[in-house]
Design a protein around this ligand. Structure first.
Ligand SMILES: *Cc1c(COP(=O)(O)O)cnc(C)c1O
Length: 226
């Protein structure tokens, strides 16, 4: 399927989910995850008006950026980053979705020379060992500790639901992230406005939108996986 067809489907699904949950579609931003696909395919997404692109690894990000020069594109890094690779992405990402360690926060902050980097704190709600992210219990102290990093701005929280067919389990995870987001937002911390929710992938973005996602990260269902 071409990206245009897929996009129509994704937009229709989001519209329905928004209607069911009383939300505006403008409040949901679709990010095309291009990690499985070629640069040409990523360009096809841009040509269809998708201006948020994401990669989960630094190498993939740089590869896509080498070919796609378009000021309209907002670049997202959605996977974890080794501290020694931080310097390679400086100035190249608009949003970082996987902040989960102070060591990484420290390195990012040290390397950013001016302005702020929009970050999502990644939370491991389901507690699966294979997943990245801090636990719910660590969230408040983690946010507090970020106060000393003047170049980092916590725009929201991010999570990945467990890979399961049980939609109730998935919904619970997204619902929980929203509660945590609201809690941090209510603290009105100047460096952590925490208004956004990055959640939902190809198989679960519909549920994520119903539960309040403001950024959905879609690869397979939008640009494909080969
Ligand atoms: C790959 C990836 C996605 C997109 O996955 P699909 O199932 O292909 O939509 C979303 N978020 C993260 C963090 C990813 O690594």
């Amino acid at each position: 399927m071409n990206v245009a067809e897929n996009l129509k489907q994704v937009q229709a699904t989001i519209k329905d989910a928004c209607e069911r949950s009383g939300r505006n579609t403008e409040d949901v931003t679709v990010i095309a995850v291009t990690k499985y696909v070629s640069t040409d395919r990523a360009q096809e997404a841009v040509d269809n008006g998708i201006f948020h692109l994401a990669e989960n690894r630094k190498e993939g990000l740089l590869e896509k950026q080498e070919f796609i020069h378009d000021d309209r594109v907002t670049w997202h890094l959605i996977g974890t980053l080794q501290t020694r690779k931080v310097k390679d992405v400086m100035g190249k990402i608009d949003y970082f979705h996987a902040l989960d360690r102070l060591k990484l926060a420290n390195e990012l902050n040290k390397r950013i020379k001016e302005g702020t980097l929009n970050c999502f704190v990644e939370i491991n709600i389901s507690g699966e060992e294979s997943k990245h992210g801090i636990t719910e219990d660590q969230l408040d102290s983690f946010i507090d500790a970020l106060a000393s990093y003047e170049h980092l701005r916590v725009v929201g929280l991010m999570t990945m639901a467990p890979n399961t067919g049980d939609r109730d389990v998935i919904r619970h995870v997204f619902h929980r992230l929203r509660i945590l987001r609201d809690r941090i937002q209510d603290r009105k911390i100047h460096y952590a406005p925490c208004t956004e929710l990055s959640m939902g992938m190809s198989h679960d973005y519909e549920i994520a939108v119903e539960e309040g996602a403001t950024f959905v990260r879609i690869g397979t269902s939008l640009v494909g996986n080969e």
